[in-house]
Design a protein around this ligand. Structure first.
Ligand code: IPE
Ligand code: IPE
Ligand code: MG
Length: 255
């Protein structure tokens, strides 16, 4: 940690911030918050200590996104596959979610953040549902950064659910098969109304997507880093944005 602090002096951040082109801020950033367990293991701490430490990174990233006027931030917090983990770890993660929302919601609200979730939250513990509901209700009218927390989220499940819903509508003659297009399909995903991510960030050294936003990332830009999530902060986010601003997004066309 100290070594990281020395690596980034205040001067560095200021210089990097000045290099950001305000006209090319990604509208939507999605982050796979990974590496908590390894961060803790490296320090001979229980994995759950890593999850707890990840909250500090979360705070800094939300603050930085708000300051930079990013409009949407989507955070992968718990996947449909994460239920495979030991029960103690799953329940520690759920408790942390409750703790996080309870403790941070006032400040998030004061910062004009709107809280949203994606994923099948019906499978979450009641205590978590209560906090989510309260957080959404409190921040509903905010028009700053929209933070979507992906909880019991899986890209494949999302696609399957969208297909089921569309099939039901066809069966009930609410829509015609010919009406199904990419736009209609997108409108049946959890992310309806939210533009596709411009930038996807995955720390922790893994170079994979792990079932995150499969449909939505068709033309996203990627930024990977070996840093573990608890060590991540606004400085890395600025690095990722600077890197993103150098990319030439052709969407299959020519320059
Ligand atoms: C990410 O960190 C948090 C969740 C998946 C909930 P991990 O717990 O996956 O940490 P590593 O990848 O094992 O280090
Ligand atoms: C992805 O991380 C899910 C979250 C960060 C919530 P995982 O740690 O679950 O992914 P894998 O197992 O390394 O692919
Ligand atoms: Mg992991």
């Amino acid at each position: 940690m100290d070594f990281l602090k020395r690596l980034f002096t205040k001067e560095d951040i200021r210089k990097n911030l000045e290099r950001i082109d305000p006209e090319k801020i990604p509208k939507h950033i999605a982050i796979i918050m990974d590496g908590n367990g390894r961060w803790a293991t490296k320090r001979s701490l229980p994995r759950t200590a890593g999850h707890k430490a990840g909250i500090e990174a979360l705070r800094d990233v939300i603050k930085t996104c708000s300051n930079l006027r990013v409009q949407y931030l989507t955070l992968y917090a718990f996947s449909t596959e994460n239920w495979k983990r030991p029960e103690e770890e799953v329940s520690a993660l759920m408790n942390l979610l409750v703790y996080y929302l309870r403790n941070e919601i006032q400040e998030l609200n004061e910062n004009n953040v709107r809280i949203n979730t994606i994923g099948d939250i019906s499978k979450l513990p009641q205590a978590a549902l209560v906090e989510i509901e309260a957080a959404q209700k409190l921040t509903r009218e905010n028009d700053g950064l929209t933070v979507s927390i992906a909880l019991n989220y899986g890209g494949r499940l999302e696609i399957v659910n969208a297909i089921k819903e569309i099939c039901r509508k066809v069966k009930n003659q609410e829509i015609e098969i010919e009406e199904i297009d990419e736009r209609l399909f997108s409108d049946h995903l959890y992310t309806r109304g939210i533009p596709d991510p411009d930038l996807v960030i995955r720390p922790s050294g893994e170079l994979r997507i792990s079932n995150f936003l499969l449909w939505q990332i068709a033309y996203s830009e990627f930024w990977f880093s070996k840093i573990f999530w608890p060590d991540f902060n606004g400085k890395y986010l600025v690095d990722a944005i600077l890197d993103y601003q150098e990319r030439d997004r052709r969407y299959g066309g020519t320059k």
